[in-house]
Ligand binder design. Structure first.
Ligand code: SF4
Ligand code: SF4
Length: 382
């Protein structure tokens, strides 16, 4: 049995999707863990309401085909997520509708309608000792994590592990950015979430991924595959190679590797399928973390390390002519670093924590990720 599978899927036609899912899942042990009567929660990526062809959300045909497979096993299936913003029936049903997920109910599944919020303590966590989460996850026996492969302003890549951030209710997500402004801590928080919820399966929809200004306003890019694993991090290691990103540039994957949850290289993984066949050399990435290797131990070395980290940190940058002054970014910014000046967003650089919530949720894509000049030079040298 392989640890990760990668299987070709050239489009979202039902038959092709079904065949690819069946092959990818069978290679990692199939759906034998699903028993009749079991309640299965599919945690999709619904970061915001967007049509399937925008490649923002897990494609509805993929979700429907997985539901059919689970129903054949006698499972009861609930599909859910918490996008950014309010976590209410009105908002979520709008998001389901725009994202093309309504057919889920014709395929035998249900769309989550429980918008309760729970709190839990997690003393074993590295950083996330206590947190709020979406209560619907308590109503299922197992979770299947069904992600979308995209670039991500803050974490470089959004794939299996990052998808579990959607277990945090949308309205409090900015608070978590503020609690964990340091990228390594934010990444550790995501790994804690993966460890806490422990999805039994992780599937990544990489038939059409997103490149450029991801995870919501980038450009769709055909990749042509489905990736599956019992481990979100092992799935992500394969995703990173598909996009051509070194694992050490991805804070979440780096943290998982440090914890021993994932090997450092593909050569240490048992993979079904040919990863190189799906590798895209010119994928338009925005991975930016850890472009330099520097020992930050000791007071002065630590200080220099922090200064360099600050100097190379990517920042949000406004394309003024694309800003329509809607104030979404001002309202969502956890650091209160955005004010409207003459109808356009203006960022207070001293207050900004580079969480990229403004870039992620700007409905016009006017906020971009800007890589400082010094970081670009260092990137070329490392
Ligand atoms: S969300 Fe985007 S369009 Fe709206 S004010 Fe902010 S930058 Fe401008
Ligand atoms: S300005 Fe944007 S990147 Fe900076 S803290 Fe606010 S939301 Fe985050």
């Amino acid at each position: 049995m392989a640890e990760v599978s990668i299987v070709g899927c050239k489009d979202y036609k039902e038959n092709n999707v079904r065949a690819a899912l069946a092959e990818a899942l069978s290679a990692i042990g199939g759906l034998d863990m699903i028993k009749p009567g079991m309640k299965v929660g599919i945690k999709v990526n619904l970061v915001t309401g967007a049509k399937p062809e925008k490649a923002v959300t897990t494609h509805p045909i993929m979700v429907c085909e997985l539901i059919k497979m689970l129903c054949e096993k006698g499972a009861e299936v609930i599909v859910g997520d918490s996008p950014g913003g309010l976590y209410t029936s009105a908002v979520l049903n709008g998001v389901y509708s725009v994202s093309g997920l309504k057919p889920v109910e014709k395929c035998g599944g249900k769309l989550n309608q429980d918008f309760s919020v729970k709190t839990t303590k997690y003393p074993e966590a590295k950083v996330l000792k206590e947190f709020e989460y979406t209560g619907w996850l308590d109503n299922v026996d197992v979770i299947i994590n069904f992600a979308k492969l995209k670039t991500h302003g803050m974490m470089g890549m959004s794939a299996a592990a990052k998808n579990m951030f959607g277990t945090i209710p949308g309205i409090v997500k900015p608070e978590y950015h503020f609690r964990f402004p340091d990228y390594d801590k934010f990444a550790a928080m995501i790994v804690d979430l993966d460890e806490y919820f422990k999805p039994v399966l992780n599937i990544v929809d990489a038939v059409v991924g997103m490149e450029g200004n991801g995870p919501t306003m980038g450009t769709p890019r055909e990749i042509g595959c489905v990736i599956a694993s019992r481990s979100p991090h092992k799935a992500d290691l394969v995703c990173a190679r598909v996009l051509g990103i070194e694992p050490q540039r991805l804070p979440i994957l780096s943290d998982a590797i440090e914890r021993g949850l994932c090997p450092q290289s593909l050569s240490e993984l048992d993979i079904y399928g040919d990863v190189e066949k799906f590798h895209i050399p010119d994928y338009n990435n925005i991975a930016h973390k850890k472009s330099i290797v520097f020992n930050g131990k000791g007071f002065f070395r630590g200080l220099i390390f922090r200064i360099i980290q600050w100097a190379v940190r990517s920042r949000p940058s406004l394309k003024k002519d694309e800003c329509v002054g809607c104030r979404v970014c001002e309202n969502i910014c956890p650091a209160k670093a955005i004010k409207m000046v003459k109808g356009k967003a203006k960022i207070n650089r001293n207050a900004c924590i580079s969480c990229f919530c403004c870039q992620e949720f700007c409905p016009k894509g006017a906020m971009k990720v800007k890589r400082p000049f010094v970081a670009k030079i260092l990137d070329k040298k490392t």
